[in-house]
Each structure stands twice: as structure tokens, then as C-alpha cells.
Ligand binder design. Structure first.
Ligand SMILES: *Cc1c(COP(=O)(O)O)cnc(C)c1O
Length: 379
């Protein structure tokens, strides 16, 4: 049986967890948390990083920091994970869903301006498959209409965007905020885990307070205040040192992990390109301005029938491929509330996209087996 995902351990995870225990402080915001946060800040030019217990939590923190109130409008793609929307729904926002691009499941930036209203507060670009949204367009709209941009960078670790100015920037360093995930299905993992990036200096102090249950505990530990107390709203968003220790073992091997994943991605791409062209199937297309961080490998079928046929064929060969994201505007929870227009490309990716097995430890013979099963499923 070839599973869809298998969490990869670099080898030092348990050792660092043991070390965290022996340091005598296993709650959050300690030695390993700092190592991880500094690593990200230095490597990707993120202004301030706070580890969180998930990307979902990081998005919820961003929604609080952006001061989302009942009736505020938040623009995002319909083709995304539920947490992208839930974080804002929890604060009473109205979600304005945008269609996907014809050439890519990411949101169609050209449709954003037409849905901006006086109630719009936030745009959430989701870097689907780690491929950058057109951030110049999005940031220009944010400036023009005074909006906050929260990048859902859950899948986008170690991926980049080159803007019109020719500067290559890490995804997560461009918006006012960004949220990353270290869930076991992502490139870099800690079981459940995430991170909020705060790039706008206006929000950094408050972010720390919300992270620490609404107290100024972090400032207290730095010696900036002589006692700590309740100063704002907040919650318990920080992970324990055990999670951070695990994450640190992953970050030490980030380059190695990324190289292997790119190798696998390129192997799939080279082997499947011709077959796809001749069978009405599409592979990922990566815009000039984006890099590929090898988060996932997907194929877009010509219709649901073809997808079903391929998935069944793979299953009968003990290969687990999956699809995901029923358009959120058509979900059980949201469809009665949805008053916008049809989103045909979001529906198209919901109906036609397949993700094939993708993880560090996939062996060459397994890759070849998957490829040959795919090719024999449609002829
Ligand atoms: C995985 C994912 C999330 C949620 O991440 P968690 O860490 O599981 O909360 C949010 N958005 C997108 C686009 C994702 O892929």
C-alpha cells in the first residue's frame, strides 16, 4: 500500500524533545521556541514570528489583530481550507469568496477590486500548493483601499515571489501578516503546529499579548515591565517547548527536505508531462513570478468522471490518491448564506483535481509504480 502522506523524521526530533525536558521548562516561549522563531526571522526576512499551535490559530490571531468586527468583509478564494474562512467567521465577518484562476487553483486577483466595498477590511491570499499569488496586485489594492493583507501561507514555506521591482521575497514576508502550518501533511512539520508572522510594526506588541492570553508576560520576562497582568483580550496560542523542539530538528534539515521534495516533484513532472498533454489532463503551471516549493503534486482531470476512473484505478493498485476542497461557498455550512455569483473555476478544481502521493521517503521504484498506474488508468 502506498499512502498519500508519510511524516518524515530527520532523526533529531526525540533527542531535542529530551533536551527540552531536561532544560526544566516545557511550557511555551522558551529555548526551542526562540531558536525556531529566530531562524525564520533571519532566513526569510520576516519581521516578527510567533509559533502557534496551528495555522488555524495563527489565522485566528491575525483576525483579532486586524480588529475584525461583526459585518466586516473579508475577501478570499472559495477554493481553500475551512480555517481560512473560520478564523474570520468566528469574529462575525462576512466572507466574500473569489473564484480561482483559470490556469491555477489560486484566487483570481483580477476579480478582487470589483468586490471591494466600504465594509471590506482584509484580503486573504492563499498560496495554493506553495505557489505565490500575484502579490503586487494585491498589495497595491490594499494600499489604495487601506486594507490589511493576511497571507495564508500554510503550504508556502520556503517559497518566493519576485515582484515588478525585481526583488525576490519569501512568501509570508509581503503581507501585513502571514500564517504558516507545520501540520504533518506540510513540508516542515511538528505534528500540529503553526506560526504567525507579523510584518507590520504597528501590530507586534499586541500580537505578543494576544499570544500570551491577553497578558504582558513576554515583556515581563524581557524585564521591560516589573509585573505582568491582564492588559487585552487573548488566548493560549503558543505551543509547548516539546513541539518547538521537534520543529527545530526539522528546520536544521530544511534544505535537505526541500531538495528531496523538489527531486520527487521534478521526476513526476518529467514523467507525466507528455501523457497529460495527450490525455486532456493538466499539470501545475507556475507563473514567472513564483517559485515551486514542492508542497504537493496535483493533476487536473478533464471532468469528474475521468477523476473517478483514475482514483479507482489507483486504489485497486493500493495507491492512495486524494482530492480536496469542496468550494467553501457551496459547503453545507455556507451555501445558504452565500449571495455572490457562480464561481466556475473553484468548482472545476473541486471536481477535477487529484493529489498523488507525495512525501520525502517515496522511493524511485514506488514513484515509477505510481506513474505507470496513472498512465494505465486513462488510455
Ligand atoms: C493546512 C492548511 C491550513 C490549516 O493548517 P493547520 O496547521 O492544520 O491549522 C490552513 N490553510 C491552508 C491553505 C492549509 O493548507
Amino acid at each position: 500500500m502506498i499512502s498519500f502522506n508519510k511524516p518524515y523524521l530527520t532523526g533529531n526530533e526525540i533527542e531535542y524533545i529530551k533536551d527540552a525536558v531536561s532544560r526544566g521548562k516545557i511550557s511555551g516561549n522558551g529555548y526551542y521556541t526562540n531558536l525556531c522563531q529566530n531562524f525564520f526571522q533571519d532566513k526569510y526576512n520576516f519581521r516578527k514570528c510567533l509559533l502557534t499551535t496551528s495555522c488555524t490559530d495563527a489565522l485566528e490571531m491575525a483576525a483579532i489583530l486586524a480588529d475584525i468586527k461583526v459585518g466586516d468583509e473579508v475577501i478570499m478564494p472559495s477554493y481553500t481550507f475551512v480555517s481560512t474562512a473560520n478564523a474570520f467567521i468566528l469574529r462575525g465577518a462576512k466572507i466574500i469568496f473569489i473564484d480561482s484562476r483559470p490556469d491555477h487553483p489560486g484566487m483570481d486577483e483580477s476579480q478582487i477590486e470589483s468586490v471591494i466595498s466600504i465594509r471590506t477590511k482584509v484580503i486573504v491570499p492563499v498560496h495554493y500548493a506553495g505557489v505565490a499569488c500575484d502579490m503586487d496586485t494585491i498589495m497595491e489594492l490594499a494600499t489604495k483601499y487601506n486594507l490589511v493583507v493576511i497571507e495564508d501561507a500554510a503550504q508556502a514555506i520556503d517559497s518566493f515571489y519576485t515582484g515588478k521591482d525585481g526583488v525576490k521575497r519569501a512568501l509570508g514576508s509581503i503581507g501585513h501578516f502571514a500564517a504558516f502550518s507545520f501540520h504533518e501533511t506540510k513540508n516542515i512539520i511538528s505534528g500540529e503546529g503553526g506560526m504567525l508572522v507579523i510584518n507590520d510594526g504597528r501590530f507586534t506588541d499586541r500580537a505578543e499579548i494576544i499570544w500570551e492570553k491577553g497578558t504582558n508576560r513576554s515583556a515581563f520576562f524581557r524585564g521591560e515591565v516589573d509585573k505582568y497582568g491582564w492588559v487585552d483580550v487573548g488566548s493560549s496560542f503558543l505551543p509547548s517547548e516539546l513541539n518547538a523542539a521537534f520543529l527545530w530538528a526539522q528546520l536544521e534539515k530544511l534544505e535537505n527536505i526541500q531538495n528531496r521534495r523538489k527531486e520527487i516533484w521534478n521526476f513526476y513532472f518529467d514523467e507525466l508531462s507528455h501523457w497529460c498533454k495527450t490525455h486532456d489532463l493538466r499539470l501545475s503551471s507556475i507563473p514567472e513570478y513564483a517559485t515551486n516549493n514542492a508542497h504537493m503534486f496535483y493533476i487536473v482531470c478533464k471532468n469528474t468522471k475521468q477523476r473517478k476512473k483514475i482514483l479507482n484505478h489507483l486504489k485497486s493498485s493500493d495507491i492512495l490518491a486524494v482530492f480536496h476542497y469542496l468550494s467553501l461557498h457551496k459547503s453545507k455550512f455556507y451555501k445558504a448564506k452565500y449571495t455572490g455569483k457562480e464561481l466556475p473555476f473553484s468548482d472545476y478544481y473541486s471536481d477535477c483535481l487529484i493529489r498523488i502521493p507525495f512525501y520525502y521517503e517515496l522511493e524511485k521504484n514506488e514513484l515509477q509504480f505510481i506513474i505507470s498506474c496513472l498512465k494505465s488508468s486513462v488510455n
